[in-house]
Every structure is written in C-alpha cells, then in structure tokens.
Design a protein around this ligand. Structure first.
Ligand SMILES: [Ca+2]
Ligand SMILES: [Ca+2]
Ligand SMILES: [Ca+2]
Length: 337
C-alpha cells in the first residue's frame, strides 16, 4: 500500500477486530505500519499507549487503516516518520481524545469518501497536519471538527473533491481546500487560524471567526463572511459575495483588496444594518456626495461607511470595509438580506 491520492478504497472485509493498545502492549516498528486495520475494525489507543514507526520514504505509518467503517479512538501517542494515521476507504473515523497526540510528517491522511476527523488534542505534521485525498471530484471526502490544535506548515490540505472544516480552537498553519464546493467555518470565541484560508476552485463558503481571518476564495463564485475582527478577504476569480453579519465600527473593518464593481457584491445583514430592509439595494454615494436617506458611503480614502439616516440625519456613519479608492463602489454592488 503506497500513500498516493490515486489509490482507490478497498472493499469491506468479513471480520471485525477490536484492538486495545495501552502502555503494556505499545508497538515500535521500522519502515512498516505499527498497526494495520481492516474494514469494521476498531482501535482504542489508550492514554499511555503508543504506536511508533520509524524510517523515511517507506511505509513508516503509525496506523494503516485499509478498508471501510474503521473507527480509531486515540488518547495515547502515534508517532511516525511518514504518516501518523493513514486511512484508505469510506466512512472511516478518527477521534483524537484529550491527551491524544499525533506527530508525523503527515499527521492524518484520509483517502476516500465520507471520512470524519474530530480532534480534541494535538495533530502535528512537520509537513501537513491533515491531508484529505480523493481520486474522484464527485466525492464528499468528509469533515474535520477541530477542538484542539492542528499544526503544520500546511495545517489542512483538502482534495479536488468537497470537504467541510469546522474549527473551534487553533489551526496553526495554512488551510488549502483545493477543488470542489468546500465549506470552512470558524466558530466560537477562540476559533482562529494562523495562516491563510485558501478555498481553491469550486463554489466555496467560508465563515471567519472573531479574530483576524485571511481568506482567499480562489476560482468560481464564492461566499465569504469575515465575521468580527479586521479581516482580509479576497474573492479571486468569479463573482464573489462578501457577507457582513457582525457589528460595524473601528476594529471591525474588513479589507476587500480585489473587489470588482459590477461583478462582486457586498451583502449586508438587515439584523445588523437595520436601516435597510431585506431584499433592498442601498444607495451608494462617493465621498461627500449628498445622501438623502440611509445608504452607503465609499469615502475617497477607500473606507466604506454605513449611514443609517443620510447626510442630514444625526446618526454618525459607521465604517465596516475598505475597498481600494480606485474602485468606484456603486449602487447595485451592495445588497441586503
Ligand atoms: Ca476540496
Ligand atoms: Ca472558490
Ligand atoms: Ca474574522
């Protein structure tokens, strides 16, 4: 079994085995998997237990899970010079519990359809933290739920197919989701990504968290929410939508460096930008032009303001975005939902 994105999943096996590994039966191997699992097998790697495999450019895998419906619960340590946990097949699940640690060149690699990785502790890849692989663009490779730390120069690499990432804590490294209609969500007060979130090709959706997010939409029409914080949001190619659904003001100004008037759109939540009705298209004025009623001002310095009651009203305009002043934001570029 060679670690390759072109390797198709294996068929189900007839016998399901259950492995319990703890300090009493930990394994160390050289240039082969410390443990090989088949379809429907279950692994419980308990606290104090370890699976270690040494040797580069080889099958130095901590766990090789070859088949479908394999469950891996890790509260101990998996250390490998190549891949910590490699799973090839469909419906395979990796659960890293409290205290679980995976350290390898690639921490976890899932190759197949409908996988699930849930991390409550540490996945550390010296090259890639989590690598999702697919040999078919029509697949749903699966989902990642991170409540711990996923770390690596590339913390998460997606596939040419669809995948979804839900992050509640720390992703330390860049995220690349490549092709397919992918989903990335930062959720909760602590969710942050130290690195760019590159959605790649496909019609992707990304929701930023409370902290600064740097999001790249890649090819096709993407939908990008910056959330709170000072975000930098690139739509790249395609007609992209930048959604604002958190309170405007200094400290919450998102930069849209490649916003293209007439192609991309800003979409404002009527729950926050409450002077506008859902489905309406606010008037956009340039700089100090007179604004008769609630609308949007694209200042000549590039800042974009929400004015809830127009030029003559008492409410102060609130800044929420920055678009290069050479772009002339105009009515129709801003919509309300
Ligand atoms: Ca993808
Ligand atoms: Ca895209
Ligand atoms: Ca943010």
């Amino acid at each position: 079994m060679i670690y390759s994105p072109d390797t198709p999943p294996l068929p189900s096996g007839p016998v399901a085995r259950h492995y319990h590994i703890d300090a009493s039966n930990s394994r160390i191997t050289f240039q082969k998997p410390a443990l090989t699992l088949g379809s429907n097998d279950t692994l419980d790697l308990a606290s104090g237990g370890s699976l270690v495999s040494r040797g580069f450019a080889s099958l130095a895998y901590g766990v090789a899970a070859l088949g479908n419906n394999i469950r891996m619960n890790v509260s101990g340590t998996v250390a490998a010079d190549e891949v910590g946990i490699y799973a090839s097949g469909n419906n395979n699940r990796v659960y890293i519990g409290t205290g679980g640690t995976i350290v390898a060149r690639t921490g976890v690699a899932l190759n197949g359809e409908n996988g699930w990785i849930e991390n409550h502790s540490l996945i550390l890849g010296t090259s890639i933290g989590i690598d999702l692989l697919s040999y078919k663009s029509s697949y749903y490779t699966g989902q990642i739920h991170n409540y711990g730390i996923i770390s690596g120069p590339t913390a998460i690499r997606g596939s040419l197919a669809r995948e979804a990432v839900y992050n509640y804590d720390l992703i330390d490294g860049k995220v690349q989701l490549l092709g397919g209609d992918d989903v990335f969500v930062n959720s909760g007060a602590n969710a942050r990504v130290v690195g760019t979130i590159d959605l790649g090709a496909g019609r992707d959706v990304a929701i930023g968290g409370n902290k600064t997010d740097i999001i790249l939409g890649g090819d096709n029409n993407d939908t990008i929410y910056g959330g709170q914080g000072e975000d930098v949001l690139y739509g790249n190619q395609g007609a992209d939508t930048f959604v604002f659904h958190t309170s405007p003001g200094f400290g919450a100004v998102d930069r849209l460096p490649d916003f293209t008037s007439g192609e991309d759109q800003i979409s404002l939540s009527s729950a926050i930008f409450s002077a506008f009705r859902p489905g309406s298209m606010p008037v956009v004025v340039r700089g100090l032009e007179y604004l008769p009623t609630a609308g949007i001002i694209h200042h000549t310095d590039g800042h974009v303001y929400y004015d809830p009651d127009g030029t003559a009203g008492r409410a102060a305009p609130q800044v929420f975005a920055y678009i290069n002043p050479s772009v002339h934001l105009k009515t129709g570029d801003v919509i309300v939902y």
